[in-house]
Design a protein. Structure first.
Length: 308
């Protein structure tokens, strides 16, 4: 599809771009997140914005949520959703990158923990914990990426950050191979989680495999394969932008109301919205046109507008 087609309006009355939606992709291991996003860019044309909600390392596979068109303004909403991973670790080892893609060193006389000990250590890590990010990460230290400093032989000082671990369950264990099912909040480094778990057991761990199985309601079972993505299949595979804000109540607006919020005006909305702080506004076709926030009493104003 050429750029002219990619930038045409599907809703000429409101000027909503034809590419305005969310893709749930299954990123294969062996490619970067940027590689996966670039494939979508080639299909929609460079004039259409494309972004993702959460980087996966080349080693990792699984759910990659890609926002297309004005839906890129909802990336932060997706990033706030809880994540689920299946990670496999090799115990009794350490690595500068905390995974098998770095320099792996086997620990001499490393203990072989019982499964019960691993489960007890995992249980102690639930809730909000302080996690030290890995040296090989995209976080910035004094304005420079930590991984760039690490590659130069420097040791970036990364302060522990609070992360939330909802569940941490042992799925399979056959020393040295340990597989965990992890539900966690945004900002959690899974390879560092394995590192910290192993340290509690007096050992080390490097991540050998990682699959992101969920981001909120975006599940791996429903993800589309990157290799099967074409210009013809793309529109059918894109989900409504409303999938980025599934918890918000939805209000349908008239054409006049849509015109007003498009001009930045507030709307007076009667009950049952009086206790609602934020809502998704749609047109009569159910297309997301704005996110509204309460501005007092029954008055709601546009927070983000998706009409032009």
């Amino acid at each position: 599809m050429d750029d002219k087609d990619a930038s045409s309006d599907s809703h000429p009355q409101y000027g909503i771009m034809s590419y305005f939606g969310i893709l749930n992709l299954n990123k294969p291991s062996g490619i970067t997140t940027r590689d996966a996003v670039d494939r979508v860019v080639r299909l929609v044309g460079k004039k259409i914005k494309v972004g993702h909600a959460g980087t996966l390392d080349p080693l990792a596979s699984g759910v990659l949520v890609v926002c297309v068109g004005s839906a890129t303004r909802l990336i932060d909403k997706v990033q706030e959703m809880p994540k689920r991973y299946r990670g496999t670790f090799l115990l009794g080892r350490t690595s500068d990158t905390e995974d098998v893609e770095g320099i792996v060193t086997e620990l001499p006389e490393a203990p072989i923990p019982l499964r019960t000990a691993i489960e007890a250590a995992a249980a102690s890590m639930l809730g909000t914990i302080q996690q030290r990010p890995p040296a090989y990460s995209a976080l910035k230290v004094a304005g420079r990426r930590a991984y760039k400093l690490a590659r130069r032989g420097e040791q970036p000082e990364l302060k522990p950050r609070p992360v939330t671990i909802h569940t941490l369950e042992v799925i399979d264990y056959d020393y040295p191979r340990l597989t965990l099912d992890i539900r966690c909040g945004s900002g959690t480094y899974v390879r560092s989680l394995g590192r910290d778990l192993a340290e509690q057991l007096g050992s080390g761990a490097v991540m050998s495999e990682l699959t992101r199985t969920e981001i909120g309601d975006f599940h791996l079972a429903n993800a589309c394969e990157l290799d099967g993505l074409t210009a013809a299949s793309l529109p059918e595979l894109m989900q409504s932008p409303l999938s980025a804000v599934p918890a918000l109540p939805v209000v349908e607006l008239t054409d006049d109301m849509i015109h007003r919020i498009g001009n930045g005006q507030s709307l007076s909305l009667s009950p049952p919205w009086e206790e609602t702080k934020e809502m998704a506004a749609v047109d009569e076709q159910g297309t997301l046109v704005a996110l509204l926030v309460r501005r007092g009493d029954d008055l709601y104003g546009p927070e983000r507008v998706f009409v032009v």
